[in-house]
Write a protein that binds this ligand. Structure first.
Ligand SMILES: *Cc1c(COP(=O)(O)O)cnc(C)c1O
Length: 401
């Protein structure tokens, strides 16, 4: 009988004792709202913003209620108005087109390459075709495109880039942290991302005007001077009268849990990458499987693993997924006709009409995705990899017989 794996793919690491103590302190003093601080006290949220800004090497940081909220706020800050087309990745998750739709924008999808990044040729074509002035770039599943080339294209066409770094917190392109290329960048601190406060997010930028607008929108009232990583009060002088409050603040309890995690982020990134490489090594040269080539300039943070079963039939892919599931390995398939759990395809977001993209459809039909929880050991990942390799090989051989 073949071996099976028995770990839970949705179990995250516990909050550290340091985080628990910090959270309990907030619970005991009851000052959970970010602006509920004592005279002379900064508050956990303001300190978290300052620390994340330092980590990112950015001037300004705003902590908010969710990653999706951070994206919608960025879109509003750069001036996306109802009816405006906003370019975004065809390969991404539902909160991305959802954030565009939430501000009345029209998601306009750009294709995906076999490297699982945005197709720069298609990006140029879609910019020319639509005249869109904003790109919401999703670094989906941590795959980073050639950012120098992308910024070249967007700068030449005066397209503002907002980066969705929900899967690239701590990652780099050519030595520059992911989120430091565009005008603004958004992060999620939701349980299944790189730091865990249940829900939450960050918005960062070097642009004082965009960040002052975002701060007022997040629900700062006239208390923005209490932020430690916000633009100088001068930046608020005029915009405070004309910027609506669209409440979405982070609170001190979540911030208290996050501060130690930001300090440990690089360590966690290394642990994910070790696990990624352990799986990659076992899967190398599996018949019928295409692994994703990672460019040298990309320093990824691989909290998940993808591979392609290009041109496989739906039945064969289903077969692989159920055989792996029977041996305890949870794979997700982005190519299914119907959206399931968190997976869905651009053509399943029917509020955002799209034209067929045959090259992208071929890739999307073959994308298999697996979480890499830090709660599994390297030995666990060697076993997981061997189970996937066995089952993909077996189904592939049966197909070609
Ligand atoms: C999770 C996620 C978001 C949204 O983050 P939330 O904090 O859940 O709102 C945005 N983009 C991508 C790619 C995500 O995976």
């Amino acid at each position: 009988m073949s071996s099976a794996f028995s770990g839970s793919f949705t179990q995250q690491e516990p909050i550290s004792e340091e985080g628990i103590e910090a959270a309990v302190k907030i619970l005991r003093n009851g000052r959970i709202h970010r602006y509920n601080v004592l005279e002379g006290e900064d508050g956990e949220t303001a300190l978290l913003e300052q620390e994340f800004a330092e980590y990112m090497g950015v001037k300004y940081c705003l902590a908010v209620a969710s990653g999706g909220y951070a994206i919608a706020t960025a879109l509003r800050a750069v001036g996306v108005a109802p009816g405006d087309k906003v370019l975004t990745n065809a390969f991404t998750l539902a909160p991305v087109p959802g954030a565009i739709a939430s501000v009345g924008g029209v998601p306009t999808f750009v294709g995906v390459t076999e490297g699982l990044v945005i197709d720069l040729e298609d990006l140029e074509a879609k910019i020319a075709q639509t005249g869109a002035k904003v790109l919401l770039l999703s670094h989906m599943r941590g795959h980073i495109c050639d950012m120098d080339a992308l910024m070249g294209i967007c700068n030449a066409a005066n397209v503002i880039v907002i980066e969705d770094c929900a899967h690239t917190m701590g990652a780099c392109w050519n030595g520059v942290l992911s989120g430091r290329h565009g005008a603004m960048a958004c992060y999620s601190t939701q349980t299944y991302k790189h730091v865990n406060s249940g829900e939450g997010g960050f918005l960062i930028s070097d642009d004082a005007d965009l960040m002052a607008r975002s701060t007022i929108m997040s629900g700062s009232y006239m208390l923005y001077a209490r932020h430690k990583a916000a633009p100088p009060v001068d930046a608020f002088k005029d915009i405070r009268y004309v910027t609506p409050n669209i409440s979405g603040r982070m609170d001190n309890l979540r911030a208290a849990i996050l501060r130690p995690q930001v300090r440990e982020l690089d360590k966690a990134c290394n642990a994910w990458n070790e696990r990624y490489r352990a799986v990659e090594e076992v899967l190398a040269s599996t018949p019928g499987m295409t692994l994703i080539e990672r460019p040298e300039a990309e320093a990824y943070v691989a909290s998940s693993f993808q591979f392609l079963l290009l041109d496989w039939s739906e039945e064969a892919i289903d077969d692989v997924i159920s055989r792996c599931a029977a041996r305890g390995v949870e794979l997700k398939w982005f190519g299914g006709a119907e959206p399931v759990a968190f997976t869905s395809r651009y053509d399943s977001w029917r509020y955002a009409p799209s034209e067929p993209m045959p090259k992208s459809d071929r890739v999307l039909k073959g994308v298999i995705d697996m979480r890499l929880p830090l709660t599994f050991s390297l030995e666990d990942y060697a076993l997981i990899g061997s189970i996937i390799r066995d089952e993909v090989s077996a189904v592939f051989r049966a197909q070609s017989d």
